[in-house]
Design a protein around this ligand. Structure first.
Ligand code: FES
Ligand SMILES: [Fe+2]
Length: 457
């Protein structure tokens, strides 16, 4: 007989029952199918839908913004992106025959041009159905190894946006894409959650990138019209490392060199990757973009052979590792997919360092509502000029100073670096980069930051 008197529940205040009801998700920001507010918003931008290496001699079935589509390159080397189901009797065009011009359906041979014009209905040549029916098609642009689509109304089509970050001197953009089984927003938000770097990527049990990343950063976010940016700034010995990243709405992020340690003096050293988070549907998305290989990679960490479909050359971005391994050493994939298939914002408790998340959501919501009320979304300049990008790393030799709050000094330096980089906006490349670097070099001797230094670190 056991002594049941000795079996007692643990003491404490347990509120699981009282808090078990989960609020609903925020459909305005997360639902992307046709006709949904967020889906309509997304249909005002160019974004990548596949890597060119995925487009072979066969049609490629893809799912984007909740729509099933086929992407192909016809015999005249033109890309087509068509609604997947044939306009005759719905057979999938993924089984179609690629033609010199367009694609034809396997079932009864309806022949489509890349703009959805029906060129022939060979089993029924006389009825005129090909004049009456148009098949759904979207315009496509191939750029730097990615295939971009515009899925909105023709009257709202923006210019194809090209950032100077996409063609940085000394760097080669190499494409990759990774599917993630969760809503697009929680993946896209990660760039504006820099505090996670000091915990998720830098805990005792593993260091995912640089060993200095565990130092808690000073963070500042900068709101903008068509983009937002942030500085993540650390005091490392007698230096201050300012790392900048930006997100162009809705989800195009560029960040600095992934393995930056921040200990060597440097000025506006540029980007490690550019990526888009593109919704497949409400509960699936893909990260697609470029890793930049080349002279930025001072630690020799870039691995071209690991860049491609469902693979990238830094760990933890896919869910392929064994589950127990991912539990012991979680990374971005686990943190983002772990938020749930659609992260429930109403169940969060955002704190000060989550300000970037709040700004991102606010601006997305404003854009979504602008479309709903018949207005236009904020877009980058439409004058054909290249977009500037603020992402990069700057490490300044500015030691601690006598009698000065060092956290405030770090914040002041971060703001000065941001202002300096923004002040380059009026200069075309390559003068802009030269101008920014020259001005940044002046900061360490700027009277604002060059007081008497502390005797010993
Ligand atoms: S279903 Fe495609 S041609 Fe008939
Ligand atoms: Fe991360």
């Amino acid at each position: 007989m056991s002594d049941t008197q000795s079996i007692q529940p643990p003491t404490g205040s347990f509120d699981g029952y009282e808090t078990s009801a989960r609020p609903g998700e925020d459909p305005e920001l997360t639902h992307v199918g046709p006709g949904n507010p967020c889906g309509e918003y997304w249909r005002r931008f160019w974004f990548p839908v596949a890597m060119t290496q995925e487009v072979t001699d066969l049609p490629l079935r893809i799912r984007i913004l909740g729509e099933d589509l086929v992407l192909f390159r016809d015999g005249s080397d033109r890309y087509g992106l068509l609604h997947m189901h044939c306009s005759h009797r719905n057979t999938s065009l993924e089984f179609g025959l690629i033609e010199e011009r367009g694609i034809s359906c396997c079932y009864h041979g309806w022949h489509y041009d890349i703009d959805g014009t029906i060129l022939a209905t060979p089993g029924d040549p006389e009825s005129g159905v090909k004049e009456r029916v148009r098949h759904g098609a979207y315009p496509v642009i191939e750029y730097n190894g990615l295939v971009f689509a515009y899925m909105g109304p023709s009257s709202e089509m923006p210019r194809f946006p090209v950032s100077e970050a996409y063609n940085l001197p000394g760097l080669e953009p190499v494409s990759y894409s990774i599917d993630m089984p969760c809503n697009w927003l929680q993946v896209a938000e990660n760039t504006m959650d820099p505090m996670h770097v000091a915990f998720l990527h830098s805990r005792d049990r593993d260091i995912h990138f640089g060993s200095t990343w565990g130092t808690l950063p000073e963070i500042e976010f900068h709101d903008g019209d068509w983009r937002m940016s942030r500085t993540q700034t650390r005091r490392l010995g007698d230096k201050i490392w300012v790392s900048m990243a930006e997100t162009v709405y809705p989800s195009n992020s560029t960040i600095g060199y992934l393995w930056e340690e921040g200990t060597e003096e440097k000025y506006f050293i540029r980007a490690g990757l550019t990526k888009w988070t593109v919704p497949h549907d409400d509960t699936n998305c893909m990260v697609i973009g470029w890793r930049y290989l080349g002279d930025i990679d001072v630690h020799g960490k870039g691995r071209r052979e690991l860049l491609g479909k469902q693979t990238v050359d830094f760990l933890g971005q896919t869910g392929v590792a064994p589950y127990a391994e991912r539990q012991r050493d979680p990374n971005d994939f686990e943190a983002q997919v772990g938020q749930g298939s659609i992260s429930v914002h109403a169940a969060e408790n955002l704190v000060a360092h989550d300000q970037g998340i709040a700004i991102l959501r606010k601006n997305l919501r404003e854009g979504i509502r602008a479309v709903q009320s018949g207005g236009r979304v904020p877009q980058p300049p439409q004058d054909g000029s290249e977009l500037t990008c603020y992402a990069g790393s700057t490490v300044l030799p500015i030691p601690r100073q006598e009698g000065r709050d060092d956290d405030q000094l770090v914040r002041d330096v971060a703001r000065a670096v941001f202002d300096t980089i923004v002040s380059g906006d009026d200069h075309p490349e390559p003068e802009r980069t030269t101008f920014i670097r020259t001005e940044l070099k002046k900061l360490s001797s700027d009277p604002r930051f060059s007081g008497p230094k502390v005797a010993a670190e």
